[in-house]
Write a protein that binds this ligand. Structure first.
Ligand SMILES: *Cc1c(COP(=O)(O)O)cnc(C)c1O
Length: 462
């Protein structure tokens, strides 16, 4: 008999514990959305059928993670759970010092407080919003230097998250190495659509950093998804295990920041990992101020256990194939039906292009917000607007349209099955069929900063 190679990529797990989802009527959703000020962030999660607001901390844990949690050590100092967590992080990243934090932004807070000051510049392919906020809080400049292809939503390129190496060299020449406390690389590039970075690019950034004596730090939130993209798309990696690809990736860097709510497969947690002894001591001292003792750092022992197991599960090849395929599967269905999306699909989300889909709604009436709300009204699906509501308000109070009007549909890890994705495609196509009738929105009330979280909107009915 021959080895059977099925075309169907199945969920690589069976369901052991279920969580019911609540079906609502259109009238119920209309009421819920109106009560939420037409802001999906303000909906009660129980009024949502398929929740794609974020992939952060929303994944399902495995029976092995739960087993680890039950057997956790909650000692204040030197808990066995910390040593299991530390061993896993060291085994995968190879970094000498592991500093646990309650989530990714806490690792960023500690790192930048330790190394950055006013007048400094930190280059990155694209800073995630919390990364940018922590860089800017120190008075330094967060400079995005992704390749030009990474800024074009419909252009196909295997590694749209790559750093623009020439731009990086220009930045170093212009500001001087002494004003660049580190170079960062975000894998995958979340704000750029979850697009991967090639190993060759990681190697080249590392070479530039070392030649200039600048530390190189990886924002590792989706390191496992990025490693699998390298396996699928980069020459020489097809036969390598994801964990070995991840180890090579980290070997080029001097440290990393991590949100364990992503590829840590946990509901909370994170870490900062570093090679430099002096810097690590400085960071541990800062950690004690804001996070806690260095062997728990803002987490319970059971969180440390969940991450120690989750980091390996995120690198499982069957899991990664299912994960990337479920996102690509939705992307393929939408593309075939003519729905405009960001291409190619990335590692954790599908992005709908609302400007292309709703040309009758001007940026001043927030087309991506309109599309996001239509998905909820039609199918109980919650996504998130990444457009002019999120980015349009300028520090001086004026309004400027965002570069792109997108709705991000982020997939929680191991939560939804293929039939959920089929349903999702049906909802999006139903919305697409009535796209010309969708109303734009106006702002009814807004906060002065990060307004999208609490904003209240109203549909413009003509
Ligand atoms: C989520 C995320 C962070 C911040 O992590 P939190 O756990 O949400 O604080 C930083 N960088 C990237 C790329 C992320 O996706």
């Amino acid at each position: 008999m021959q080895e059977f190679h099925p075309k169907t990529i199945i969920e690589p797990f069976r369901v052991r514990s279920v969580e019911p989802i609540r079906f609502t009527t259109l009238a119920e959703r209309e009421t819920a959305l109106a009560q939420a000020g037409y802001n999906p962030f303000l909906l009660h999660a129980t009024d949502v059928l398929i929740d794609l607001l974020t992939d952060s901390g929303t994944g399902a844990m495995s029976s092995r993670q739960w087993a680890g949690m039950i057997a956790s050590d909650e000692s204040y100092a030197g808990a066995a759970s910390f040593y299991r967590f530390e061993a896993a992080v060291k085994d995968i990243t190879g970094f000498r010092h592991v500093i646990p934090t309650h989530q990714g932004r806490a690792a960023e807070h500690i790192l930048f407080a330790a190394i950055a000051k006013p007048g400094d510049v930190i280059p990155n392919n694209t800073h995630f919003d919390t990364t940018r906020a922590h860089v800017e809080a120190t008075g330094a400049e967060a400079r995005d230097q992704v390749i030009a292809e990474g800024r074009q939503p419909h252009l196909i390129h295997p590694f749209k998250g790559n750093m623009d190496l020439a731009a990086l060299e220009r930045t170093i020449a212009e500001v001087g190495r002494e004003r660049i406390p580190c170079i960062m690389l975000t894998v995958t590039n979340n704000s750029g659509g979850g697009q991967p970075v090639a190993m060759a690019n990681v190697r080249a950034v590392s070479e530039i950093a070392r030649r200039n004596g600048i530390p190189f730090i990886i924002d590792a939130c989706r390191f496992a998804e990025n490693s699998f993209f390298i396996k699928l798309r980069e020459e020489g990696y097809a036969d390598k295990a994801p964990i070995d690809i991840a180890r090579e990736l980290f070997s080029y860097a001097d440290g990393c920041t991590m949100s364990a709510k992503k590829d840590g497969m946990a509901n909370i947690g994170g870490f900062l990992a570093l090679n430099d002894d002096t810097l690590a001591t400085r960071c541990r001292n800062l950690e004690i101020l804001t996070e806690g003792f260095p062997t728990y750092g803002g987490m319970a022992g059971y969180d440390l256990e969940a991450i120690a197991v989750g980091l390996y599960e995120a690198l499982d090849e069957h899991y990664l194939r299912y994960r990337l395929r479920s996102i690509e599967y939705l992307g393929d269905k939408l593309s075939k039906a003519g729905v405009p999306i960001v291409l190619p699909t990335g590692g954790h989300a599908v992005y709908l292009d609302a400007r292309a889909m709703l040309p009758h709604i001007p940026a001043t009436e927030y087309p991506a917000w309109a599309l996001c709300n239509a998905l909820y009204l039609v199918g109980g699906v919650r996504g998130v607007e990444i457009g002019s509501v999120m980015f349009g308000l300028q520090p001086d109070g004026s309004e400027r349209p965002a570069a792109l009007e997108l709705v991000r549909l982020a997939f929680p890890r191991r939560v939804y099955t293929q039939s959920h994705v089929d349903y999702l495609a049906e909802v999006i196509l139903a919305v697409n069929a009535q796209r010309n009738e969708l109303p734009g929105y106006r702002i009814a009330w807004q906060a002065p900063v990060l307004r999208h979280f609490t904003i209240r909107m109203a549909p413009i009915r003509s």
